[in-house]
Design a protein around this ligand. Structure first.
Ligand code: NAD
Ligand code: ZN
Length: 263
């Protein structure tokens, strides 16, 4: 008798048979870590909605408000650690099964789970630091926060540019390098595995269909239906940690990988 419900056994078989998997992750992989997703009812993001890019640029008061909302969200999940989904994907990367993780997440939890940077493609940037919009220089959040909370002073870059959280806001152009890397990875995979995304945010949500049209199998692992379920070869509507943890840990012919020391 199988140890898995039918859907999970099929997913395990497909992972086992694949040569190059791309995992495409969204906010759902981080909910068990205490990072709220965007669209679930009662989400803290609805109490502190991100400011669109044009408004951030237009107005100093808006920039202060954007930072206030960001720090309110940071306070909710600053101590988050990688969960079972991150650990399972890290294991599949280390085993050579997953070539890349394309993520819409900004929480840095794939890096924290031990996945090398060259295997991670962040489509929406990273919320754990700030960046100058002109010169690209890095600024640390603790310095930005101290300046705002102690003096009400917006961060300034030596070049005079505007400093913003290193995330991609609504209305901001997508990072060219990340989009190109994501496209190459997508075209190189034979299994494209969506993990915890509602697949409604474009252009990110185009990648599953690019993979499918290129001949890859498409699997969607998400608690709720998505608009691309009809295009998928397999839809697993289940909890991410519950589903991926056993697959990656007893994983069929996967080479065994040493457990990572917790960071
Ligand atoms: P989303 O909130 O639109 O969708 C998340 C999906 O995950 C939902 O359909 C939900 O049903 C599912 N889900 C939640 N917990 C799950 C679980 N334990 N098991 C299975 N499914 C689960 O998120 P999205 O598609 O990533 O789009 C939101 C946008 O907002 C992204 O562009 C992202 O940049 C940003 N965002 C990022 C984070 C983060 O970094 N963790 C969090 C919220 C929002
Ligand atoms: Zn600068």
């Amino acid at each position: 008798m199988s140890q898995y419900p039918a859907g999970e056994r099929t997913l395990a078989d497909m992972i086992d048979a694949a040569e190059a998997i791309v995992a495409f992750t969204g906010a759902g992989i981080s909910t068990e870590c205490g990072v709220p997703d965007f669209r679930s009812p009662g989400s803290a993001w609805k109490r502190h909605p991100p400011i669109p890019f044009d408004q951030f640029l237009a107005d100093e008061d808006m920039r202060l408000e954007a930072w206030r909302r960001k720090f309110a969200m940071d306070d909710i999940y600053a101590g988050a650690r990688p969960g079972r989904g991150h650990a399972a994907l890290a294991r599949l990367v280390a085993a050579g099964k997953v070539s890349h993780i394309i993520t819409q997440n900004i929480d840095g939890l794939h890096q924290a789970s031990g996945v090398p940077a060259e295997r991670i493609i962040e489509l929406h940037g990273n919320g754990t630091y700030a960046q100058c919009l002109d010169c690209g220089g890095r600024h640390e959040l603790r310095d930005v926060r101290r300046g705002i909370e102690e003096n009400g002073a917006l961060p300034a870059c030596v070049c005079g540019g505007i400093v913003k959280s290193a995330t991609i806001s609504f209305g901001q152009s997508m990072p060219r390098d990340a989009m190109q890397r994501a496209r190459r990875a997508t075209l190189g995979c034979d299994l494209f595995l969506v993990v915890g995304s509602s697949l409604v945010v474009y252009p990110a949500a185009a990648f599953p269909l690019i993979a499918k049209e290129n001949g890859a199998q498409l699997v969607i692992l998400n608690a709720e239906p998505t608009p691309l379920d009809g295009d998928a070869d397999l839809v697993v509507r289940a909890d991410i940690g519950d589903t991926l943890h056993p697959i990656a840990n007893v994983g069929q012919s996967l080479p065994q990988v040493a457990e990572k020391t917790p960071l």
